[in-house]
Design a protein around this ligand. Structure first.
Ligand SMILES: [Zn+2]
Length: 135
């Protein structure tokens, strides 16, 4: 997996560094993480890493198009899913889940008005307790 990530970094024109590899590995677990969570996770294996390094690395990865970021509940979140989708913030669980809905037509509508859409982030705040019962 490390070699795949390294190739992906190179393909985007980024140098392969241990920090970038380690952060990509966490992000690729397909969850939604804030900078603090990634920092806490990384500290276990790399005690010398700083929070600002984590944030700088995340922003570099985002600029390269490898991760998506958005704001929810007053925090910035990062994820591996870069395709437009809806993020549902479950207030009761303090957790974010991905929802596949047709946001493509929304993007096309906006583009038809001459706006060059760079990114689209929709956050829905919800009570997911009922969802949990269904599972
Ligand atoms: Zn998401």
């Amino acid at each position: 997996m490390s070699e795949d990530i390294a190739n992906e970094l190179r393909r985007k024109g980024l140098k392969v560094t241990p920090q970038r590899l380690a952060i990509m590995k966490i992000i690729l677990r397909n969850g939604h993480y804030n900078g603090e969570q990634i920092y806490e996770e990384l500290k276990k294996t790399e005690p010398s890493i700083s929070l600002s390094t984590v944030y700088n690395t995340l922003e570099t990865l985002k600029d390269a198009g490898l991760v998506n970021s958005f704001e929810a509940n007053g925090m910035k979140w990062y994820e591996a899913k870069v395709e437009p989708h809806v993020n549902v913030f479950c207030i009761d669980m303090n957790e974010i889940i991905d929802m596949e809905v047709n946001v493509g037509s929304m993007v096309r509508d906006i583009q038809e008005r001459g706006i060059d859409v760079k990114s689209l982030n929709i956050v829905v705040y919800a009570d997911c307790s009922k969802l949990k019962v269904q599972k």
